[in-house]
Write a new protein. Structure first.
Length: 370
């Protein structure tokens, strides 16, 4: 038993770190193949909320002695008419013989022959389920001799731990999805954000901020990064973060990152509620770039919301994103008089009282996020 525990410990770290790998659990599967003396293996993961058209994630692994061999063909094996994966009892290890169709001798013989052609003479299947989250299936195969009882015991012992890791993987995937949606919405509006500690170290930056700015690693053993800016800007940023950290929620500081490029950043005290055990930033920095784009999707949204023609909606979105009536008219190949007529129609249909009111209405709605 102590020997089994030692092997389990060797799998623990790859199981935890595998949540963040792409594809997930590749190192774990390699370690498992080595410990069970398997020749080849695959791991199949299906998410409970995945679209019907989304193919499952498949991780292929081979021992060093089988590195030259093709990976196991998951789809071909699934089409053999073996014991359906969905009917396998979660938490149980199945031997090759248990997966064959013993109710039909001819079918069983065909299955054996097809598996032999693929070099699968001995195998262990197992299904791991995290109910309402995901299902995973593993297949490990050998060629010359069957798996030992120790290998089967090891596979059985890792099932509950892998089920917990699978549930954590799905929860993190959902958080990544939520974060990606929020970042994309801000990016469409030209907004980037950073999180700072009280010493102006960058704790996190969203994708747009990562694209717009340059960073330097924090010297020494300290975690985090710093913005790569001119010395006087770095001093101003450090001073502002120190002043805002823990200060009144309504305080703000404006930092001019680059006067030539017009890049400015608005700092405010962080009000994020992240729970007790999550490092909280002291200050949030917000960037805004000109993201004006006469998007056909935004025009379509305005057309549907207010019953505008295509040209009326395009002119409305142009006015809302900074164009003058003359500029919007020329873009649409309209005369100045026609453009003014269109603008009056837009004001009437949207219930706005002029360009300022139109800008407020459009930019506060869904069109910028289309």
């Amino acid at each position: 038993m102590s020997t089994l525990s030692g092997y389990q410990r060797e799998l623990s770290l790859p199981l935890i770190l595998g949540i963040h790998e792409d594809p997930p659990w590749t190192t774990f599967m390699r370690t498992l193949v080595n410990q069970t003396y398997a020749r080849r293996a695959f791991l199949v993961i299906t998410l409970a909320n995945a679209m019907a058209s989304q193919e499952p994630a498949v991780v292929h692994v081979a021992a060093g002695r089988a590195a030259h061999e093709p990976p196991l063909d998951f789809m071909r094996i699934a089409a053999m008419g073996l014991n359906p994966y969905g009917l396998m009892r979660p938490g149980r290890v199945y031997a090759l013989e248990e997966m064959l169709d013993h109710s039909n001798a001819a079918q069983r013989d065909q299955q054996r022959e097809a598996l032999n052609i693929m070099g699968i003479h001995y195998g262990r299947w197992l299904r791991i389920s995290a109910p309402c989250f995901a299902d995973a299936w593993m297949l490990l195969v050998r060629e010359r001799e069957d798996f030992s009882s120790f290998a089967s015991s090891l596979l059985s012992s890792i099932i509950p731990h892998f089920a917990a890791a699978l549930q954590t993987f799905v929860a993190l995937s959902e958080q990544r999805l939520s974060s990606a949606m929020a970042h994309r919405a801000l990016e469409r509006s030209g907004i980037g954000q950073l999180a700072f500690d009280s010493n102006a170290r960058v704790i996190a930056a969203d994708p747009l901020a990562e694209t717009l700015l340059s960073f330097l690693p924090e010297p020494g053993a300290m975690a985090g990064r710093r913005l790569q800016v001119r010395p006087h800007v770095a001093v101003a940023l450090e001073t502002a973060c120190a002043e805002l950290a823990g200060g009144p929620a309504d305080r703000r500081r404006l930092i001019r990152l680059d006067i030539r490029d017009g890049m400015n950043m608005l700092l405010r005290p962080s009000d994020l509620n992240l729970g007790k055990f999550v490092p909280r930033p002291s200050v949030i920095g917000t960037l805004k770039i000109d993201a004006r784009d006469i998007s056909s999707r935004a025009v379509q949204i305005l057309s549907e919301l207010y019953g505008l023609s295509h040209n009326e909606a395009s002119l409305a979105y142009g006015l809302a994103t900074g164009e003058s009536i003359g500029e919007a008219g020329r873009r649409l190949h309209l005369t100045s008089e026609t453009a003014r007529i269109y603008s009056k129609r837009v004001y009437a249909k949207t219930g706005t009282k002029g360009q300022v009111d139109l800008v407020r209405m459009v930019m506060a709605g869904l069109a910028p996020f289309a």
